[in-house]
Design a protein around this ligand. Structure first.
Ligand code: DGY
Length: 328
């Protein structure tokens, strides 16, 4: 019987990765599609060597401070806002994530949102299903062109760059602001650096958010920022819901301060059925699925499994955000 134990917080998302880990380790898998309870997570963190988690599992200081046996948490995500990294490092617990395997899928999806929103694809489909297509009349469905427009990228990491690459094929002008300037992206794609967020917001026809959720980016887009956008402009959020103030977004959409928004992420998540955002026709919303292609979810599962195997063998992990934890 293997002596190291892994707790996996979902059973149905990454079956191949679970099979791969089974046999090497003693694995226990939560069988429901909602997250395990807090009490169970605390218990499993104490008794296991590794956790394989999803973004909705809260791995905070309380859990990490009491996880005597825990050596690694592999989050099946690139985002790590559900994990207290300093607390993990303090406790000598390695944290893994999955960059480099999902950015192309996220960029495909982001571009899908841009086109769907701008050209009223989902809006038109909803009207037909509601029985409202009774006469040939394109005017209620007039969209906005994507080709030749200006795309503003906030956060030019792997995903932002992959979105910008697609924008090039649409002859878009690309402006961006990011934590660090990216000369290689400027050289490859002709993206233009702006040294402040406000310039990107005010110049762009489409503003696409790709920065991680951190204390600095929490509610970074609120009334002031939305007011800077053009009334014909669109906001696209595929990063985390909490980067945008949802009430300010709702006001901007209802008063048409901006033309529309497409959001794959919400605050809170899932969004309650009665949230006023859901009554707005100029909002396109999807259930946090930007990375969720079959191929990419499988790759993310494999990378999470590889992160665990490497960490438990004392080898370099495919992606570890706090290697300094090993010195604790
Ligand atoms: C990520 O990778 O952070 C996604 O949001 C989770 O699918």
């Amino acid at each position: 019987m293997p002596d190291q134990k892994i707790y996996i917080t979902r059973s149905h998302i990454i079956p191949e990765a679970i099979t791969y880990l089974d046999g090497i380790y003693d694995i226990e898998v939560w069988q429901q599609n909602s997250p395990p309870s807090r009490a169970l997570m605390l218990e499993k963190a104490q008794e296991c060597d590794a956790l394989l988690t999803e973004v909705t599992d809260i791995i905070d200081a309380e859990l990490l401070d009491h996880a005597a046996n825990l050596k690694v948490v592999a989050n099946r995500a690139v985002g790590l806002d559900n994990i207290d990294i300093p607390a993990a490092t303090r406790n000598g617990i390695l944290i893994g994530n999955t960059p480099g395997v999902l950015h192309e899928s996220c960029a495909d999806f982001t571009f899908g949102l841009i086109l769907t929103l701008a050209r009223n694809i989902s809006y038109g489909e909803r009207r037909i299903r509601a029985g409202e297509w009774t006469v040939f009349d394109q005017i209620p469905y007039l969209g906005t062109d994507v080709h030749g427009a200006t795309l503003g990228v906030i956060g030019m990491g792997l995903i932002g760059t992959a979105v910008a690459r697609r924008a090039r094929a649409f002859d878009m002008t690309i402006v961006y602001n990011s934590r660090t300037r990216k000369p290689e992206v400027e050289a490859e794609l002709g993206a233009e650096w702006r040294d402040n967020l406000d310039a990107v917001l005010s110049e762009s026809d489409y503003v696409s958010l790709h920065m991680p959720l951190t204390p600095e980016t929490e509610y970074m887009i609120g009334k002031r920022e939305l007011d800077l956008m053009q009334p014909t402009a669109f906001l696209i959020n595929t990063t985390r819901g909490r980067t945008v103030n949802p009430r300010d977004l709702c006001d901007a959409l209802s008063s048409r301060t901006i033309a529309g928004a497409a959001i794959d992420v919400t605050d809170p998540e899932p969004i309650p059925f009665d949230d006023p955002l859901l009554s707005l026709d100029n909002l396109l919303i999807t259930p946090h699925i930007a990375s969720a292609s079959r191929q990419t979810v499988r790759r993310m599962g494999q990378m999470s499994a590889d992160n665990i195997i490497a960490a438990l063998r004392g080898e370099p992990m495919p992606s570890c955000v706090n290697p300094e934890a090993l010195t604790r």
